[in-house]
Design a protein around this ligand. Structure first.
Ligand SMILES: NC(=O)c1ccc[n+]([C@@H]2O[C@H](COP(=O)([O-])OP(=O)(O)OC[C@H]3O[C@@H](n4cnc5c(N)ncnc54)[C@H](OP(=O)(O)O)[C@@H]3O)[C@@H](O)[C@H]2O)c1
Length: 259
C-alpha cells in the first residue's frame, strides 16, 4: 500500500516507536490519526507534523477504554471516511519476579498490551473488510517469542498478541486486509522508564539494541509490501528463533544465560 494519502491510525503515538512511526509516515504523505493518553504530548507532535506540512489529527485515547476506542474510530471515519492502516503499538512492560509482582500491574499490562490491541482491531477492522483494503500492524516483542525469567506477565501479553495475530491472519485471508506482527528486541525508548533497563541488558547480548527508527523501517516496509506474517527484529536474532522452535532445549539455555 502506498502511504501517500493513506489514513494511518497509530496507538501509543505520544512517544518512542509510535512517535517515530508517525513522523516518518507523515513525511511519506500519510493522513495521520494519533492516539495515546497524554494529550499534551500528542498536541506537541500534532503541531510539529502540521508545521512540517503533514496532515494529522490527535485523539486522546486510553486503549483500555472501549468507549474511548469507539470515539477514536468514529472520529477517524467522520474525518476521513475510511481507515487504511491500524498500528497497534500502545504498550508497556514491568519486569519483576512473578511472586513479587503487584497483581494490579499485571492486569494493567494485559489490559493495555493485549485487550487494547483487541479493542482497536474490533473498532477498525469491519470498515477495512467492507472497503476490501487495510493493513494491521501489531507491535509484539521478542519477549513474546523467547520467554525469559522475571518477565512472565509481559511475556504472556506479547505471546497473546502474537497468537491473536496469527489466527487473525488466517481469518482475514481473501478479505483484502493484511495483518503483520512485529517482534523487536530491546529498543531505546521511554519504555525503560518502567521496565528496568538492567533487566534487558542480558537479553541485549543475544539481541542488540535497536533504535525506534529500525522498528519504523520494518513497519513502513510491511505497509508498503502489504505484508501478513511475523517480522522479527533485528535480523540477527531470527536464526535463534528458528532454532529455538526446532530445539526447545536451546531456549532453556538462552533463558538461563539471559535470566
Ligand atoms: N522499547 C523496547 O525495548 C520494546 C521492545 C519490544 C517491543 N516494544 C513494544 O513497543 C511498543 C511501544 O513501546 P515504546 O518502546 O515506544 O515505549 P514508550 O516510548 O514508553 O511508548 C509507549 C506508548 O504507549 C502508550 N500507551 C501506554 N498505555 C496506553 C494506554 N492505556 N492507552 C493508549 N496509549 C498507551 C504511551 O502513551 P501515553 O502514556 O501517552 O498513553 C506511549 O505513547 C509497546 O507495545 C512495547 O511493548 C518495546
Amino acid at each position: 500500500m502506498d502511504l501517500n494519502e493513506s489514513v494511518v491510525v497509530i496507538t501509543g503515538a505520544s512517544s518512542g516507536i509510535g512517535e517515530d512511526v508517525a513522523l516518518r509516515c507523515a513525511a511519506k504523505g500519510a493522513q495521520l490519526v494519533l492516539a495515546a493518553r497524554s494529550a499534551d504530548k500528542l498536541a506537541a507532535l500534532e503541531q510539529r507534523i502540521a508545521q512540517a506540512g503533514g496532515r494529522v489529527m490527535a485523539v486522546t485515547t486510553d486503549v483500555t477504554d472501549t468507549a474511548q476506542v469507539q470515539h477514536l474510530a468514529d472520529t477517524t471515519l467522520q474525518q476521513h471516511g475510511r481507515v487504511d492502516v491500524l498500528i497497534n503499538n500502545a504498550g508497556f512492560g514491568i519486569f519483576d519476579p512473578f511472586i513479587n509482582a503487584q497483581f494490579d500491574d499485571l492486569e494493567r499490562m494485559m489490559r493495555v498490551n493485549f485487550y487494547g490491541m483487541v479493542h482497536c482491531t474490533r473498532a477498525f477492522v469491519p470498515q477495512m473488510i467492507e472497503g476490501r483494503r487495510g493493513q494491521i500492524i501489531n507491535v509484539a516483542s521478542i519477549a513474546g517469542i523467547i520467554a525469559m525469567r522475571n518477565m512472565a506477565f509481559y511475556t504472556a501479553t506479547k505471546f497473546a498478541v502474537i497468537g491473536f495475530s496469527r489466527s487473525l491472519q488466517h481469518e482475514l485471508r481473501s478479505t483484502g486486509v493484511n495483518c503483520a506482527v512485529i517482534s523487536p528486541g530491546p529498543v531505546r525508548t521511554n519504555f525503560f522508564e518502567q521496565a528496568e533497563e538492567q533487566k534487558m541488558a542480558r537479553l541485549s547480548r543475544l539481541s542488540p539494541w535497536l533504535k525506534a527508527e529500525d522498528v519504523t523501517r520494518a513497519v513502513i516496509r510491511a505497509i508498503e509490501h502489504n505484508q501478513s506474517g511475523e517480522i522479527i527484529l533485528p535480523a540477527i536474532t531470527r536464526p535463534l528463533v528458528v532454532l529455538g522452535r526446532a530445539f526447545p532445549g536451546l531456549v532453556k539455555l538462552v533463558a538461563r544465560i539471559t535470566g
